[in-house]
Design a binder for this molecule. Structure first.
Ligand code: PXP
Length: 253
């Protein structure tokens, strides 16, 4: 029997993006989180950016207070975010790079150059009982650095692979997938839990779910975009089915 399908963490940042476009209260990211959980999401992911372009401080507090599944707090490794995370006490924290001019998180953390900066953040969050994941490029060096930093988990950046798939660049997509596969195998070999995310859709989620070492996928933009057409509940059901089919080695019809 194959391992259970990966957990699905639903990132609700872009519900807040839409809300902020008008400056009012709708659509409410907490309502989306609750609906996602009712539809079977295993956790909720939200990124409190330094510029608060989507999720805001009170969103994080409301999510923590009112959702019935684990909250994954995506954050930059800054003193301000550490204070908020320690106050919020989410189940997990995913440390990501952040530059103001980025539209989204474009690359993984520089875990080699940033080793000595990231280590105390990881230690302090861990001491508070928060499960730390480092968002990294799928590279052996990065896995080794994450291990040395003391992170119990990594999230492998799937963006380059998803872009290659979407662009129809088959050879590059194959090479990127091979990188993900090798990194996941190495992660598990050194005792690190492997998650993955960024840019995933039904088809890429199905494919990456076939890697047995990957135990969690965090997916946002595509699900919120699909929700416009089919509703959030249907999009999450279809995503779960794709992930289960990938894990079972079956095709989604
Ligand atoms: N994981 C991390 C660490 C991210 O920064 C993001 C983007 O916010 C995601 C997953 C979700 O990516 P997407 O919105 O493309 O599904």
């Amino acid at each position: 029997m194959s391992a259970p399908a990966p957990r699905l963490g639903v990132n609700i940042d872009h519900v807040a993006t839409l809300r902020n476009a008008r400056g009012g209260g709708a659509p409410d990211p907490l309502r989306a989180a609750q609906m996602a959980i009712e539809a079977g999401a295993d956790g909720i992911t939200a990124h409190l950016r330094e510029d608060r372009r989507h999720i805001r401080d009170d969103d994080m507090a409301r999510l923590k207070a009112h959702i019935a599944k684990p909250l994954n707090f995506e954050m930059a490794a800054t003193g301000e975010m550490l204070d908020i995370a320690l106050q919020t006490r989410p189940h997990a924290a995913c440390l990501v790079p952040e530059r103001r001019e980025e539209r989204t998180t474009e690359g993984g953390l520089d875990v080699i150059g940033g080793h000595d900066h990231l280590k105390p953040f990881t230690a302090e969050l861990s001491r508070a009982g928060i499960v730390v994941a480092l968002f990294i490029e799928p590279e052996g060096d990065a896995i080794e650095a994450a291990r040395s930093i003391g992170a119990p988990a990594v999230e492998l950046h799937t963006g380059a692979w998803c872009n290659a798939v979407a662009g129809g660049h088959h050879a590059q997509a194959e090479a990127e997938f091979a990188r993900l596969k090798a990194a996941a195998a190495m992660g598990v070999a050194v005792g690190i839990e492997c998650h993955a995310g960024h840019g995933l859709d039904y088809e890429t989620a199905r494919q990456i779910a076939a890697l047995p070492q990957i135990v969690e996928l965090n997916i946002g933009h595509f699900l919120i975009a699909e929700a416009i057409f089919v509703g959030l509940e249907a999009a999450i059901h279809k995503m779960h089915a794709a992930m289960a089919a990938g894990r079972a080695g079956a095709l989604v019809l």
